[in-house]
Write a protein that binds this ligand. Structure first.
Ligand code: FNR
Length: 340
């Protein structure tokens, strides 16, 4: 029998897709504010995560997973606890379990990336390399499903034929995973290639676990109402968005989309509040600026080295100062209460 949390459903949901550098805490919180039901973190590699220490950050009110070089690899908070899915890159069942057990108290589910075609992932046998090693897939997923108390899911790309894709997902279903996300592109296809909705549809018909359709951002999903059209076109239970959400996370909002200027401001507020790394803040803002990245504002963002400088570019200096004062006051109060 598999013991899974009852709070998280994968049916009829809309998810923020896992995205390296994009899916850090500010973006995840913003996506939740705008109506995403579930938010994936960026893919985190098992070897790096296994070296991390779990640290409760009382000042920021976060839980941080901190590497030996003091880098925060994964930061999360109470607000997203029931909605955040921790995605890992792994090719090793034991290491995957070690990492899953390290984070399971702080996340809603654990996901394994089986779709990344980039060499840094595949050369270690991770990501899309797993697609040609179903025994390894089965070993990793079974180990996770039996070893953690939160749901386990995985995200795949499609295989060269419908039959192979369906049979892989049927095998995945038998491991006890709670859902499978299907990016409807072949391993070698670029994000600009048209999506194969028929493959997602065949998978959705062949298994009884929820299928989360992914890959529609460029041509099919531009606004909130397109999400339901994409779900219908694929016959999937749910939809996962990457680029459409990266460009403007208010795509999750059914009154949206909101003007991206407003969205960027809200993003920066979360980045300041949660002390997000400035380079990461810049990266995400540049994605939202898109073709305006060389505009005067874009150049100011690119030149900024700190969250303070980024705030200035958006006229948010007062907000920045107020948050700094709050955080410093909290730190002082914590220090004095810790003194004997
Ligand atoms: C991605 N993608 C991705 N996939 C994954 O499983 N783990 C990851 O960490 C990442 N990282 C990532 C970063 C960035 C910047 C992009 C644009 C994409 C792939 C992503 O989740 C999704 O599968 C594809 O982008 C297709 O979905 P859309 O963009 O058509 O909605």
């Amino acid at each position: 029998m598999f013991v899974v949390s009852l709070s998280l459903s994968f049916r009829n949901i809309t998810a923020l897709a896992p995205m390296v550098r994009v899916g850090t805490l500010p973006m995840r919180l913003l996506a939740l504010d705008y109506g995403a039901d579930v938010v994936y973190c960026e893919e985190l590699i098992d070897i790096k995560m296994a070296q991390c220490q779990r640290i409760v950050n009382d000042v920021l009110e976060t839980v941080d997973f901190v590497a030996p070089d003091e880098r925060v690899m994964f930061r999360t908070c109470e607000r997203e606890k029931d909605s955040v899915i921790f995605q890992m890159g792994t090719a090793d069942p034991d290491r995957a379990l070690t990492v899953a057990q390290l984070v399971e108290k702080d996340v809603a589910a654990i996901d394994v990336n089986m779709g990344c075609p980039k060499e840094y992932s595949t050369k270690g046998g991770m990501g899309a390399a797993l697609l040609s090693n179903p025994d390894k897939i089965e070993a990793i997923l079974k180990k996770l499903v039996t070893g953690v108390s939160v749901p386990v899911t995985c995200k795949i790309r499609i295989l060269p034929s419908l039959e192979e894709t369906v049979s892989l997902v049927q095998r995945i279903e038998k491991t006890g995973v709670a859902a499978v996300a299907v990016h409807g592109r072949f391993k070698d296809e670029r994000p600009t290639h048209p999506i194969h909705c028929d493959y997602i549809q065949a998978v959705a018909q062949a298994v009884s676990i929820p299928v989360i359709a992914n890959g529609g951002s460029l041509d099919l999903v531009k606004t909130n109402s397109d999400i339901e059209k994409f779900r219908k076109a694929t016959g999937a239970s749910s939809v996962m968005l990457a680029r459409a959400a990266m460009w403007n996370p208010s795509v999750f909002c059914n009154q949206g989309p909101l003007p991206v200027e407003k969205v960027m401001e809200e993003y920066i507020k979360y980045a300041i509040r949660y002390d997000n790394h400035a380079f990461n803040t810049k990266y995400c803002l540049c994605q939202m600026l898109r073709d305006r990245v060389e505009s005067p504002l874009g150049k100011q963002v690119q030149a900024a080295q700190t969250n303070a400088e980024i705030s200035e570019a958006y006229g948010l200096q007062t907000f920045y100062q107020e948050i700094q004062q709050d955080l410093q006051a909290k730190m002082a109060a914590l220090q004095s209460s810790n003194q004997p």
